[in-house]
Design a protein around this ligand. Structure first.
Ligand code: ZN
Length: 433
């Protein structure tokens, strides 16, 4: 039987993955947990998400499905942050005999939950139609994620990475985390680029340790169970109550929808689209860098590198109208929020300078407003300024936001690099670290 849960946490506490890990342990009494649990990140633009919009699922072989379901429901009722308005847990079960029958429909539901905007009714209707055992608490919004996680579990063909999550002892929840940063930096150095988003070197931040009141002590993301486990074991910290390694859609770009034209782009979805930079980037109050992009049909929209993307904005500020770029990112308020970008070609840039004296080779001086230019030494003159081509302080290739600003679902360029070994000639990449 597959068991999936979602939306048990609040901004202040709990974590759906912790509940999953605790249940996997407790349910040993009723059967054998098989394979890796999964951690699925859904559409990152959904405003209802509590912290990370994650849901989980695992599979158990049991002779006592009724007892297992009762246990799961009572533990979710007990541990979920039900007092928080935003927390609306959902639990879905897929009995062994139903798995083949519901597989295809749940595969589609999973992909929709990552890329589209689903309503609670969509999940409730499908659950009723398929006749699946489930439990929604409060408004049951978590049924969306739980059903999606079932779909991911039943259809293992998606790209995936791993995350090792270490959990705190209960008496430590809500207190400052004790993790030795030096050991984190060493662990990162030892296993990067097979692990990523442990430390943000450019911004001098440890990013694998959260700050909320939830049970997670740290999370290590990487390519294999072995490498995330090895890295985690190098980290010195307060006592770890339990840990779990999840197979996950984090770092896969599964949320990105290829778009051909701006007219097809809708809010609350994430896209990859090739466009031309249409206006000079401007940095507005709050440090957000914004400019306009245009497609072949002449449609335009805003594109932004917000303040939290830190040093990434320095690259974006070098754009000039005419640059050709493939942008990837989420759209909110009709603005594309850049996650990564591939600069395909750069427009030639010119500037006007004082003309050169034909006799002495030095720059002439302005002779006064509307008076042209003159070389005082030689007496030569010129009517207009000289237009010269200047070098662009920017290279074609693929750039990304730094680890501290990365979306869970966004594929880090170090991973693209690995995958690129298969298809050469895709240009230079500039991983942010
Ligand atoms: Zn001269």
């Amino acid at each position: 039987m597959i068991i999936a849960i979602d939306d048990t946490d609040s901004r202040e506490g709990m974590c759906t993955t912790y509940l999953c890990a605790a249940l996997m342990d407790e349910l040993k009494e009723y059967g054998n947990v098989i394979g890796s649990p999964i951690l699925i990140r859904l559409n990152p633009t959904i405003p209802y998400k509590t912290r990370g919009n994650a849901s989980t699922a695992f599979e158990i072989k049991t002779e006592n499905p009724e007892k297992v379901m009762d246990h799961v429901i009572s533990r979710v009722e007990e541990l979920a942050e039900l007092q928080s308005e935003m927390t609306n847990p959902g639990i879905v079960f897929i009995p062994d005999n139903d798995q083949e029958r519901v597989k295809e429909e749940l595969r589609n539901f999973f992909l929709k939950a990552v890329r589209e905007v689903l309503e609670i009714e969509d999940a409730k209707n499908l659950i009723a139609e398929l006749g699946l055992p489930s439990k929604g608490l409060k408004n049951g919004r978590g049924l969306i994620g739980a059903l999606a996680a079932c779909g991911a579990m039943l259809n293992p063909g998606w790209d995936y990475t791993y995350e090792y999550l270490a959990y705190r002892e209960r008496n430590a929840w809500g207190t400052p985390r004790e993790v030795d940063e030096e050991s984190v930096r060493k662990a990162d150095l030892a296993t990067y680029p097979d692990t990523w988003d442990t430390v943000d070197c450019a911004n001098d931040l440890v990013v694998c340790v959260p700050h909320a009141g939830d049970p997670v002590l740290f999370g290590i993301r990487g390519n294999s169970v072995d490498v995330v486990t090895k890295t985690s074991q190098m980290i010195e910290s307060e006592p770890v109550e339990r840990y779990m390694v999840y197979r996950t859609d984090q770092g896969t770009d599964l949320h990105l929808i290829p778009a051909d034209r701006i007219a097809d782009i809708r809010d609350m979805h994430s896209y990859t689209i090739e466009v031309t930079v249409a206006t000079e980037p401007e940095t507005i109050r709050g440090g957000h860098t914004i400019f306009s992009i245009q497609d072949e049909h002449g449609d335009e929209m805003d594109c932004a590198a917000y303040e939290p993307t830190k040093n990434f904005r320095e690259v974006v500020r070098k754009f000039i109208p005419g640059d050709r770029v493939v942008f990837s990112g989420s759209v909110k308020n009709s603005t594309l929020n850049i996650e990564k970008m591939k600069i395909v070609s750069l427009e030639e840039q010119y500037e006007s300078v004082n003309p050169t004296c034909t006799d002495c080779g030095k720059r002439m001086k302005s002779a006064g407003k509307g008076q042209g230019y003159r070389c005082k030494k030689c007496g030569t003159s010129a009517d207009s300024a000289e237009i010269v081509k200047v070098g662009r302080d920017l290279e074609t290739g693929t750039y990304e936001v730094p680890p501290c600003a990365r979306r869970h679902l966004a594929m880090p360029l170090v991973r693209c690099q690995d995958k690129k070994k298969e298809k050469e000639g895709d240009g230079k990449i500039f991983p942010s670290r």
